[in-house]
Design a protein around this ligand. Structure first.
Ligand code: UD1
Length: 422
């Protein structure tokens, strides 16, 4: 197992290229299984979750060829002959549950392990299952597995309202419906850029989907889909994370390149309130700081609201703000495992229900801390980069799931992060 040794504080200066989005790439990979011919996806990040999903897909007899130097993935589903996603792979990554929709679409049947718990509390899949049942798919649960089947080649479909709106359930239901449901309407569908991108790829493959980018998706069955060449989007969460990294230091000048600013929703509106200089020019985002930042309270919301995947980083940033602020997570109520670790670095935070109150500014001091999940881990890296002295971050394997070349990118703009054996 690896750990990071981080020396701080270091102002950040220079350019950071943004990688392809992990959360957007996974549904595109699942969509490739629906084609009659191979698909090629560009801008796929080299991340542990992508490798895990490659293995899940290979388990079905599908050929997967990852050209890592080009970040290009070629998926040939014409040899798919097995409709199972086993527990030992699904438990490593919840998004493997997309195999349920992909296999229903592809083969009309699936046996997919239930994903189980998560480091930050229960994350149910009830909406995925109820949605498939509404569509007319037979769903049975047996020994931790979901068995899905269809009597005939197609099902009637119908209408299903997601309450709450769910990214994963929307993706799974779209994947399952495009080749099987005569007409299926998803109400209160997720509008996150990852969902829009998936629908656009499926449309290019030949799917009939209306309402893309709105909260009502109407899907009508087509008989076949063709493989396509398609480009993934830049990672909006990585972009937001590095914007926050720059703002953590009073003397930074960082340009993020290869971004898709329109995918950031309302995040830039909150970011501007910090009082840092912030400029978008095409796919470049430049952040310049000169002195301290204002406290800015946020509440996470579905897209285009403030993303839950950036709340831990924002709370970390607020430890440096000139005053008190709050971070409230309305999507996940239990996503605060980073708080005790930040306190070990000297931060002043308190949690009440789903709200963190942060008192800033505090001079953080280096020490040993432990990663607990992906976004909590990156927050500890940001905090350690601002802390006086040396910090040690244990269990950084979480970071390798979601941030491509994190230490290389941050070191190239002035950070001091060394990877070592734990
Ligand atoms: C995805 C992202 C994750 C992000 C989250 C919210 C991926 C791989 N993961 O996760 O990084 O934090 O969106 O933007 O893209 N819910 C139910 N029943 C269900 C499904 C969800 O009640 O069957 C609830 C959840 O508990 C949560 C809310 O719906 O409160 C939203 O979750 P959802 O959008 O499904 O998150 P994921 O797709 O799992």
């Amino acid at each position: 197992m690896d750990k990071f040794i981080i020396e701080g504080p270091t102002p950040l200066k220079g350019q950071i290229p943004i990688s392809g989005s992990k959360n957007a790439a996974l549904p595109l990979m699942a969509a490739s299984l629906l084609g009659n011919s191979p698909s090629t996806i560009h801008l796929v990040p080299r991340l542990k979750d992508i490798y895990t999903f490659n293995d899940v897909i290979r388990g079905t007899g599908t050929e997967v060829d990852f050209n890592e130097s080009e970040n290009t993935l070629r998926i040939d589903p014409t040899t798919l002959n097995h409709t199972e996603a086993p527990y030992d792979l699904v438990r490593k990554m919840r998004a493997s549950f997309y195999m349920l929709g992909a296999l229903i679409g592809r083969a009309g049947e699936a046996k997919v392990s239930l994903p189980g718990g998560c480091a930050w509390g229960p994350r149910p899949v009830d909406l995925h299952l109820k949605g498939f049942e509404t569509m007319g798919i037979d769903i049975e649960l047996e020994q931790g597995y979901v068995h899905a089947s269809i009597d005939n080649n197609s099902v009637e479909g119908g209408e299903f309202t997601l309450e709450p709106s769910s990214v994963g359930a929307t993706i799974n239901l779209v994947l399952g419906a495009v080749l099987r449901a005569k007409k299926f309407v998803i109400k209160n569908a997720a509008k996150e850029p990852d969902v829009v991108l998936l629908c656009n790829m499926l449309k290019k493959m030949g799917a009939d989907i209306e309402g893309i980018g709105t909260d009502t998706l109407t899907i009508q069955k087509v008989d076949k889909l063709e493989g396509v060449e398609f480009s993934n989007d830049p990672d909006r969460i990585e972009t937001g994370t590095y914007m926050i990294a720059a703002a953590m230091h009073p003397d930074s000048d960082v340009t993020l390149t290869g971004c898709k600013p329109e995918d950031l929703g309302r995040f830039p509106t909150y970011f501007k309130k910090l009082g840092v200089h912030f400029e978008i020019s095409g796919s470049d985002i430049r952040i310049q700081t000169n002195g301290g930042i204002n406290p800015v309270s946020i509440k996470t919301k579905i897209y285009p609201g403030f993303p839950t995947d950036l709340q831990a980083q924002w709370a970390t940033l607020m430890t440096q703000a000139k005053g008190t602020s709050t971070v409230t997570d309305t999507i996940y109520f239990d996503r605060f495992s980073y708080v005790p670790e930040l306190k070990r670095l000297g931060a002043k935070l308190s949690v009440e229900k789903n709200k963190v109150t942060i008192q800033g500014p505090t001079q953080l001091t280096g020490t040993s801390v432990m990663s607990t999940d992906l976004r909590a881990s990156v927050s500890l890296v940001l905090a350690a980069m601002a802390a006086e002295g040396q910090s040690e971050i244990l269990r950084v394997y979480h970071l390798d799931r979601g941030y491509e070349q994190l230490e290389k990118k941050l070191n190239s703009v002035g950070a001091s992060i060394t990877r070592a054996d734990q």
